[in-house]
Design a protein around this ligand. Structure first.
Ligand code: FES
Ligand code: FES
Length: 157
């Protein structure tokens, strides 16, 4: 076991873990943030997507120890207090959430996409979300929500 400092959503969590543990499991069990989901545990579905120094990663396939002392953002870090992030509000408004299992990972990929490309085309949104699988929605409403968020953020002062 080793003591590792994980910085998640701006808060430092010292965790005592085995060095081979995956980040998603540590976030859920030791840190107590269960918004990050574990689906395939094999880098296929994107349910475990978080941002590491602003870049989306599959946390099921990333060692927690390698994320020490870096900036981790999970879905719990998107909202501003009680105020939902525009992506969260728009995905609900568009009906882009059914079972919701893919939603946290989808939101993190979308957030990273809009950060590097504030005005993506539908094709660019599809590519940006290509690492996230959804078995429920058919994707159209999720893409619609990302587009609506881009418009909203681009017209905001
Ligand atoms: S749980 Fe990580 S990619 Fe599926
Ligand atoms: S809403 Fe069910 S997997 Fe996407």
């Amino acid at each position: 076991m080793s003591l590792v400092n994980l910085r998640v959503n701006g808060v430092t969590y010292p965790v005592d873990i085995e060095m081979g543990r995956n980040l998603s499991g540590v976030l859920r069990s030791e840190v107590g943030l269960t918004g990050t989901k574990e689906g395939c545990d094999d880098c296929e579905c994107g349910a475990c997507m978080v941002l590491l120094d602003g870049q989306p990663i599959n946390s099921c396939s990333y060692l927690a120890a390698q994320a020490a002392d870096r900036e981790i953002t999970t879905v719990e870090g998107l909202a501003n207090g009680d105020e939902m992030h525009p992506l969260q509000r728009n995905i609900l408004a568009a009906g882009g959430v059914q079972c919701g299992f893919c939603t946290p990972g989808m939101l993190m990929s979308a957030d990273a996409l809009l950060d590097r490309n504030p005005d993506p085309s539908d094709e660019e949104i599809k590519i940006g979300l290509s690492g996230n699988l959804c078995r429920c929605t058919g994707y159209a409403r999720i893409i619609q929500a990302v587009r609506a968020t881009a418009v909203e953020l681009n017209v905001s002062p």
